[in-house]
Design a protein around this ligand. Structure first.
Ligand SMILES: Nc1ncnc2c1ncn2[C@@H]1O[C@H](COP(=O)(O)OP(=O)(O)O)[C@@H](O)[C@H]1O
Ligand SMILES: [Mg+2]
Length: 298
C-alpha cells in the first residue's frame, strides 16, 4: 500500500481510560491501515476495543498515545475547533442503537437535513440533497415517515443518509445491524456496498455478523486492544471457473510483533516462550521442549 492509497494510518495506538481508582487499557499498541475507498469490517470479542477505535476515528475521543492519521490529518495534534470541523465534514457515524441516530419527532427528510442546516447549507439545497440521499439508501418511498413509522433496517438506512449529508469521505458504523433481523441487515450491507462503489466513500463496519467476510473486501480482527488477524477475499481462476476464497493472515507490527492464534499455541502446549527457527522459505515456531523438561526435573 503506497502512502497515496492510504486513507487511515494508526500506529502503536493506545487508549487508557482512567476512572477514580481504575485504569483500563482499551487499545494497547494497535496498528491499522485502511486504503482510500476500501470497504472493510472490524470484528472482535466484546471489550476488545472496537468501539474505542471507532470513537477515535470519528473524532469523538482522543487516543492516549501513538499516531493516527486520517486523510492526512493528525488526530493527536488537532485543536478542539479542528475536531469540530473534522466531525462535521470528514466523517459520518452510525450507531448501533437506531434511536440514537435520529431525532424522533422529525421525518426522514428533516433528519437528513439537520447536519446540512447546522453547516449553513441553504434550505432548498438541503431539501434536494436530502431527497437524493434517501433515494440512494432505497427510501425514496419513505421521505415523510418519522422514525417510529419505519422498521429498524429502514431507520438505519435513514441514519446512513444522515451520516452522508455533508458528503464525508469516511463512513464509520459501530454494529449497525446489531438490532436488525437478517433481511434488514442484508439491505443495510447492500446500501453500504453501493455507496462505497458509487461515491468512493471509505467504509468501516464493526460487526458480530459471522458472514461478514463474504460481504466486504477485508476483515480485521481485534484482540485485546490490538489488531491480530486479517481475512482477505480473493478470486481464484481455475480454467473457466472462478472461485472466491477467504485467506487469513496474521498481522505483524512495526516492531515485528505478531499474535499467534491461541488454538495453535494450546495445541502444541506453548506458553511464555517458544523457539523460533529459520526454515526453508519459512519461519518455524517450536515449543521450548528442553527447558520444559528441565523445569519439570527441578
Ligand atoms: N468510557 C470508558 N471508561 C472506562 N472504560 C471504558 C470506557 N469505554 C470503554 N471502556 C473499556 O475499554 C475496553 C474496550 O471497550 P470497547 O472499545 O467498548 O470494546 P468493544 O466495542 O470491542 O466491545 C473494555 O474493557 C471497556 O470496559
Ligand atoms: Mg462496542
Amino acid at each position: 500500500m503506497t502512502d497515496d492509497e492510504l486513507y487511515i494510518r494508526c500506529e502503536d495506538l493506545f487508549k487508557i481510560y482512567k476512572t477514580s481508582n481504575l485504569e483500563v487499557v482499551a487499545l494497547r499498541g494497535l496498528d491499522l491501515k485502511v486504503r482510500r475507498s476500501e470497504f472493510m469490517a472490524i470484528v472482535g470479542a466484546s471489550g476488545s476495543g472496537k468501539s474505542t477505535l471507532m470513537n477515535i476515528l470519528a473524532g469523538l475521543d482522543t487516543p492516549s498515545a501513538g499516531r493516527c492519521f486520517v486523510g492526512g490529518e493528525d488526530l493527536l495534534a488537532m485543536s478542539s475547533s479542528d475536531m469540530v470541523r473534522y466531525r462535521r465534514k470528514r466523517v459520518g457515524f452510525i450507531w448501533q442503537q437506531t434511536g440514537r441516530n435520529l431525532v424522533p419527532y422529525l421525518d426522514a427528510v428533516q433528519n437528513v437535513e439537520v447536519p446540512m442546516v447546522l453547516d449553513g447549507v441553504p434550505a432548498s439545497t438541503a431539501r434536494a440533497r436530502a431527497i437524493e440521499l434517501l433515494e440512494m439508501v432505497l427510501l425514496g418511498h419513505r421521505l415523510h415517515h418519522k422514525p417510529e413509522m419505519l422498521s429498524g433496517g429502514e431507520q438505519q438506512r435513514v441514519s446512513i443518509a444522515v451520516a452522508l449529508a455533508n458528503n464525508p469521505p469516511l463512513l464509520l458504523a459501530d454494529e449497525p445491524t446489531g438490532e436488525l433481523d437478517s433481511v434488514g441487515a442484508d439491505t443495510v450491507y447492500d446500501v453500504f456496498r453501493a455507496l462505497n462503489r458509487e461515491l468512493g466513500t471509505t467504509v468501516i463496519i464493526v460487526t458480530h455478523d459471522p458472514d461478514i467476510a463474504a460481504r466486504v473486501d477485508r476483515v480485521v480482527a481485534i484482540r485485546d486492544g490490538r489488531t491480530s488477524t486479517e481475512i482477505f477475499r480473493r478470486v481464484r481462476f481455475e480454467g473457466a471457473q472462478t472461485e472466491v476464497v477467504h485467506e487469513e493472515y496474521v498481522l505483524i507490527d512495526a516492531a515485528g510483533r505478531l499474535q499467534v492464534p491461541r488454538e495453535f499455541l494450546d495445541n502444541l502446549d506453548i506458553h511464555d516462550r517458544a523457539r523460533v527457527l529459520m526454515g526453508e522459505g519459512r519461519i518455524e515456531v517450536l515449543p521450548d521442549g528442553q527447558s520444559r523438561v528441565m523445569g519439570r526435573e527441578r
